[in-house]
Design a protein around this ligand. Sequence first.
Ligand code: ZN
Length: 671
Amino acid sequence: MTNPILSNWTTPFEIAPFNAISDDDFAPALEQAMQAHNAEIDAIADNPDAPTFANTVEALEAAGEQMDKVLSVFFTVAGADSNPAREELQRDFSPKLAAHFSGISSNKVLFQRLADLWSRKEDLNLTDEQARVLMLTHRGFVRAGAALEGEKDARMQDIKARLASLGTSFTQNLLADERDWYMELSKNDLEGLPAFVVDTARAAGQEKGVKGPVVTLSRSLIVPFLQFSPRRDLREKAYRAWAARGANGGETDNRNISAEILQLREERAKLLGYDSFAGFKLETEMARTPDKVRDLLMQVWGPAKSRADADAEILTQMMQEDGVNGPLEAWDWRYYAEKRRKAEHDLDEAALKPYLQLDRMIEAAFACANRLFGLEFTPLDVPLYHADCRAWEVTRNGQHIAVFIGDYFARGSKRSGAWCSAMRSQAKFPKVQAPVVINVCNFAKGDPALLSYDDARTLFHEFGHALHQMLSDVTYESISGTSVARDFVELPSQLYEHWLEVPEVLAEFATHAETGEAMPQEMLEKVLKAANFDQGFQTVEYVASALVDLAFHDGDAPADPMAKQAEVLSQIGMPQAIGMRHATPHFAHVFAGDGYSAGYYSYMWSEVMDADAFAAFEEAGGAFDPERAKALEENILSTGGSREAEELYLAFRGRLPGVEALLKGRGLIAA
Ligand SMILES: [Zn+2]
């Protein structure tokens, strides 16, 4: 019998036949798919004919169809509806998959064919998109080290292996420091803490085998503790432990590890012919150069620091009125900021919630997509992997565009957070395929299900990613939808969040669950204002970390990263009552792996763009300006990675993004 994952899917729109697949099917399907993929790769590499775009690049695009099927089904259920068997499979699959894909990117025979095509690219008569796919494929192999020979090749393999093991040690040390520390709270110590913090602290105590409540170093517990506890002595003790993670001396100290990682990254970049690791990392990004990143961060830094300095004065005054003398410290900021928030923006979350019904917010996201891009959504009855999943057929002028699946409710089998993935990406080669896109969230179930304002933003955010997939209109799958630079990929999602804030959208869709009345204007304004609270602090703690990350990877690697960190902070005049969001010994984004090294800036980069892009609508005919919507689809939502991100943005906006809209949006300069 054919494995149901690898069979022909005869379901509507060829959605994976989830009800026919059992967990026992995954391992044999993956084995078979990897073998088939390897055979396809070997056939391309060993082809006796001279390399052509068709027999090499297009053949690579077409290869791996079975892998796509297995991985899309498996990672959908492993993330959104796991169980012990699926967790076990995931542990088993991840090293196998890493080895499989690294085997392909270090295949020298295959690389020779790509290098040959690359050297003759002008004579190949390629379309713009084909030239782009050839460039990206060739560059991917070069960056993985496929062009290195002999000693250099061997050294590269050693560096990669050592970096992988250092990254793992960094993570484990951090976890050990986080696990080992806790502070018991007596009954008196609970004063001032809201019930949810006390509950979390009790649950944490149980987990540690302690009778009473404890504070741990988990962000979801220590941050509210620092926010609400009036006990300055306890806040100081907890904060100091939190800030010292990874720098406690002994076996779990990460300071030497971070120095070695930076040295090896620099050596790796130089082996590949780059000046620095930042040069290597940023080559594939929209930002391109360290100078452009620094320039953008510093444009935000100035106004953020001014705001933070002014806020610090107000908070210091509040502290003195409390009878505490001396300077405001890092363990004081959140506590006094929370007091100030309560006084200035008393937003009653409980009164807000009935206005944000999940079903109405889904309708709102769809209605905006209809007004902007003409998309229509019709419920679709197909068996999916969980009864809570819903599906819609997406059409435009009667033409099928995509299938959209929403899996919105939290459950124990789902990992935390929210995400969007394509179970099938749009492509026209080797055959035309329409996308199947899923949004997964973790909203509380209810009847009716009600959202917080943050939840509603998340819904719009993930739907923005979904639009990027669904409106994709390219030939090759490798550059389809969200296959764009990392510092560009959050543009469509963060941009879409802005439509939730459009007053006419909230007026129509934020209706009270019981009375059906629209949200009062006054409440709407409070919501929008509260979102900007304490942005001086938030921006400063983030930008400081981003600047240190950049300084580590631009130019020679520092022998002493802690000294380098101190130097950067002193140069920018870091306010003394604000800590870095992530200090070096626990900066997992940068040291646990390569993902955000020389790349932590990208959150801010995307936010600058989304604010600037939405301002383009406001400057034109408003949030639903049809010309702007058309330009957005033509130049950003449909184009995937077929052109450079900067080129796409220029085509949409007519100029590069400026920071003004972001600074206004965060309330750091006057609107
Ligand atoms: Zn996102």
